[in-house]
Design a protein around this ligand. Structure first.
Ligand SMILES: Cc1cc2nc3c(=O)[nH]c(=O)nc-3n(C[C@H](O)[C@H](O)[C@H](O)COP(=O)(O)O)c2cc1C
Length: 325
């Protein structure tokens, strides 16, 4: 059987499949459907300092190829996360050392991100923090930390100062040059880049003259976003030396391998879990079978195997551009 285990930011994972934040419950709600150890990692929903009720309804709309959501980081805040959610997650973590626990953090200021990380820094069993620089559903979609490399760097550097835990920086596809944002995150001390969060999108009920989401626009995810997410992951992989975690539209082992080929060490799966909650476990088996059929090389040997000739026009265009153009 092909070896699916991977090394990510100094952590050993049973396989490269992680749940994507906000799509897999908050703690271990999914364990009746997916065994904890069948995943490489469990990522929490974004945890914020204060409880958040989220945005007004409707805040989910299904499109022809994915979801629009404007949940708005609904969560019960860090106190509740630490007291009520974490204990059962950490109990599972203790039994299964090769499934990592990642806490995704959301703040309004660089200081708030750092305070959240500091608060959880000493919690043994949280293996890494994912810094959500990129939620499109707060602050009217302004995305202050994921549209400016300097501000992304500032947030990551602030968090880096208060913790030695591995840091994943989750970036937004809603920018012209995601590679420049990734470089800012790396300069600030990120150990991996999660590429990427949802695309800004909208849907309208034209008969009623209303948007389908109460917020007007929201975040688009699922099958339709995969080509965009893949391009973002590829750009990031070329720009930074730290690992990339691909995320966006993944539904099958074939999809996983496209992200691996462009340079991703691991992937996250979100929207696909809504229609098939056990899809992550199924994909692990599919991935193993797929690699066996391809000769049984370990997954790690497939990372970054995409070859794009230097004369490829799009690649040349990217290299000629300077940041900010
Ligand atoms: C309903 C919903 C809620 C989400 N909540 C969060 C969240 O709290 N924090 C976060 O970083 N990303 C959140 N995301 C984004 C996902 O983690 C993921 O980046 C995105 O959906 C793209 O992956 P997918 O196409 O596999 O779903 C959410 C996505 C959906 C659909």
């Amino acid at each position: 059987m092909a070896d699916l285990s991977i090394e990510l930011a100094g952590l050993r994972l049973a396989n490269p499949l992680l749940s994507a934040s906000g799509t897999f419950g908050h703690g271990v709600e999914m364990t009746p459907l997916v065994s904890f150890e069948s995943l490489g990692g469990w990522v929490s929903k974004t945890v914020t300092a204060q409880p958040r009720a989220g945005n007004a309804m409707p805040r989910i709309h299904e499109t022809a190829a994915g979801f629009l959501n404007s949940i708005g980081l609904e969560n019960k805040g860090i106190d509740h996360y630490q007291e009520a959610t974490l204990p059962s997650v950490l109990a599972e973590r203790a039994r299964h050392p090769h499934t990592i626990v990642v806490t995704n953090l959301g703040g309004h200021t660089a200081e708030e991100f750092a305070q959240l990380a500091q608060r959880l820094d000493e919690v043994e069993g949280i293996d890494a923090f994912e810094i959500n620089l990129s939620c499109p559903n707060v602050d009217g979609g302004k995305l202050p930390y994921s549209t400016d490399p300097a501000r992304a760097e500032e947030v990551m550097a602030g968090v880096r100062r208060v913790t030695q835990k591995p840091l994943f920086a989750k970036v937004s596809p809603n920018v012209t040059r995601v590679d420049e944002i990734a470089k800012g995150c790396e300069a600030g001390g990120a150990d991996a880049i999660t590429a990427c969060n949802t695309l800004l999108g909208m849907a309208v009920d034209w008969r009623r003259g209303r948007p389908r989401l109460a917020t007007g626009a929201g975040g688009y995810s699922g099958a339709g976003v995969m080509p965009v997410a893949l391009r973002c992951a590829w750009q990031c992989a070329q720009a930074v030396a730290i690992p990339i975690i691909g995320c966006g539209g993944i539904r099958s082992a074939e999809d996983v391998m496209e992200f691996v080929a462009v340079g991703c060490a691991a992937v996250q799966v979100g929207t696909a879990s809504f229609s098939d909650p056990s899809c992550l476990a199924r994909m692990g088996q599919e991935l193993s079978d797929l690699l066996d059929r391809e000769g049984g090389r370990p997954l790690s040997e497939w990372v970054g195997t995409l070859e794009v000739p230097p004369q490829t026009p799009w690649r040349q265009t990217q290299e000629r551009q300077t940041p900010g153009c």
